[in-house]
Design a protein around this ligand. Structure first.
Ligand code: ZN
Length: 193
């Protein structure tokens, strides 16, 4: 108490200024975020999953997000693709490294399926290539749990129909050879530039 009283007034006002600046910056940042937030993303996992899928499949789904491709995804070349990506096209991505700029993400962090049924398979690929190997941002305990759940599951596969049904429940539709959120299917390529 005594010490505080002896602090010169200038240092007190300094500390107030700094915290005020930080608040302003934070506020500004949030505004920017909201502005570019017309693209949707949401976890693939549903509450109901645990009653229909193996623990492995549930845990895998918890690491995956559905998202709409923005300008960053469209830029540059997508390996192994013979059709260009479309703005607003729905893909799946690793939730652990989705905040990184595209060039910094490890191999297999994003997949685009042409069909609802195909999401199951690309998710299994993501598990093997990205979650268990390439991604450095998946916590070690998450990797360990994924590995051990996979090994105890007598059939790591299965539930393919449920995966498709879950995507429909989440509002995913097939439209012209790509996936979209039905609620946001008014996005068109004119918005691209
Ligand atoms: Zn990742």
């Amino acid at each position: 108490m005594v010490h505080l009283q002896h602090q010169p007034p200038s240092s007190l006002s300094n500390s107030v200024d700094i915290s005020f600046d930080q608040k302003q910056q934070k506020h500004h940042h949030q505004q920017q975020k909201q502005k570019s937030k017309s693209l949707l993303s949401r976890p693939l996992y549903l509450e109901h999953d645990s009653s229909c899928l193996t623990a492995y499949q549930c845990f895998l789904r918890k690491q995956i997000e559905l998202f709409e491709a923005g300008h960053e995804e469209l830029n540059g070349t997508a390996q192994g693709r013979n059709t260009p990506l479309k703005y607003g096209q729905v893909g799946i991505r690793c939730r652990h490294c989705s905040h990184l700029p595209k060039p910094l993400r490890a191999r297999g962090s994003v997949y685009f399926s042409r069909t609802i049924d195909g999401v199951y398979q690309v998710s299994q690929n993501m598990s093997k290539i990205h979650f268990l190997q390439a991604c450095t941002l998946v916590p070690e305990h998450t990797k360990d749990q994924l590995k051990s759940l996979q090994s105890v599951s007598s059939r790591a596969s299965g539930g393919k129909e449920y995966w498709a049904e879950g995507l429909r429940v989440l509002g995913i539709i097939e439209e012209g050879g790509i996936l979209r959120f039905a609620s946001n299917s008014t996005i068109n390529e004119d918005d691209d530039h």
